[in-house]
Design a protein around this ligand. Structure first.
Ligand SMILES: NC(=O)c1ccc[n+]([C@@H]2O[C@H](COP(=O)([O-])OP(=O)(O)OC[C@H]3O[C@@H](n4cnc5c(N)ncnc54)[C@H](OP(=O)(O)O)[C@@H]3O)[C@@H](O)[C@H]2O)c1
Length: 251
């Protein structure tokens, strides 16, 4: 069943949101949707070319609502996150949401044969980058009156599944980071921390994971927007330290 939520047309006006993995899939659809609802989105991605195409698209419809920031999480260091946080603080009073969405899928193989190089790169992109970016941006989130810190998880990050290798294990780590942060910020800031499992969604990652599947059987990335708008709304404050699921979401 689809979640029905009619956000006001300017529901996100005045809000500054940061989306990682904004160049494709779910992150791209969210960036377009958030800008349409009035937010200013800082769009992170590793491909300057893809980000520029997104910038041109959004700028044509909603001028001044997007900033692009190319950053490859495979090589990013804490200095890169500090530079980003400093630039953000110069331009914006606070950060109203940080949406960790970028991730790599990697090989699907038994652990016994799992490629070491995939293990290392998935840990870096899916976990270490989320840690580094969060650490640098927590002060900007704390300056918001009602911030959200949303980690993107997966069903294989909540219950282990054979052959999903580092992907599932990095999502378990993300759930742990989310729970730890939720306790840490609970009484000291207005940031609400949660993980979100979009469930099967029609993107390049889903195609890689299930090459034989008919993509039309999966919901589009755009169909997730109402849930995110709800999570970002005042009503979404009730989710904290929780693992939220798109499938069956009722608000
Ligand atoms: N689709 C699903 O069925 C599904 C189900 C459960 C959970 N999820 C989760 O939902 C999130 C979005 O997935 P998706 O399906 O939209 O995937 P996607 O289409 O593959 O998009 C992933 C995004 O992450 C970016 N990215 C990958 N490596 C990066 C790096 N080294 N540095 C910076 N950015 C990088 C990609 O950049 P490029 O554009 O350069 O590739 C792209 O923008 C992920 O966290 C995924 O685990 C998806």
């Amino acid at each position: 069943m689809t979640f029905n939520y009619n956000a006001e047309p300017h529901a996100l006006a005045g809000k500054t949101l940061l989306v990682t993995g904004a160049s494709d899939g779910i992150g791209r659809a969210l960036t377009q949707g958030f800008c349409a609802y009035g937010a200013h989105v800082i769009a992170l991605g590793r491909s300057q070319e893809k980000l520029e195409a997104l910038f041109d698209e959004i700028e044509a419809q909603h001028p001044g609502r997007i900033t692009i920031h190319p950053l490859d999480f495979a090589s990013a260091q804490s200095e890169d996150y500090k530079t980003l946080a400093a630039a953000l603080s110069e331009q914006f009073e606070s950060l109203d949401a940080l949406i960790h969405n970028a991730a790599l899928l990697g090989a699907r193989s038994p652990i016994e044969f799992y490629p070491d190089s995939d293990w290392t790169s998935l840990m870096q992109v899916n976990v270490t980058a989320a840690f580094g970016l969060t650490k640098a941006l927590l002060p900007a989130l704390a300056r918001s009156e009602d911030a959200r810190l949303i980690f993107t998880s997966s069903s294989v990050g909540r219950k282990g599944r054979a052959y999903w290798g580092a992907y599932g294990i990095t999502k378990f780590a993300v759930e742990g980071l989310m729970q730890t942060l939720a306790e840490e910020v609970e009484n000291v800031s207005n940031t609400r921390v949660m993980s979100f499992n979009p469930g099967g969604t029609r993107t390049a990652m889903r195609r890689d994971a299930y090459p034989a599947e008919d993509p039309q059987t999966q919901p589009t990335a755009e169909s997730l927007l109402p849930i995110y708008l709800y999570l970002l709304s005042p009503a979404g404050r009730k989710f904290h330290g929780q693992a939220v699921d798109a499938r069956g979401f009722e608000g």
